[in-house]
Design a protein around this ligand. Sequence first.
Ligand SMILES: [Zn+2]
Length: 95
Amino acid sequence: MPQKDIAAMERAINRIEQAISERYTQLGKELLDLAETNQQVIDQLLDELIHLRKELADNQGERSCQRCSAFNRSDSRFCTRCGYELEGGVYETTH
Ligand SMILES: [Zn+2]
């Protein structure tokens, strides 16, 4: 194979490798943008969800756990999720 053909093939290989590398870079940027945008939307939705759950719990006389934020019935003495002693309940506190 003549020498110039080898040089041309090497240039072609370099071009293709460069093109692949640029695609990966572009893809990485787009994924980061997409992830960031979605994270912001998810954060907003989660804020809204937490707010609504708190409001619902308040309306139903429930209290959230001081330790894990789980909602418990107003007559519960301990958190049903983590077992933490709930404060401000209808029971008599022992401390
Ligand atoms: Zn808890």
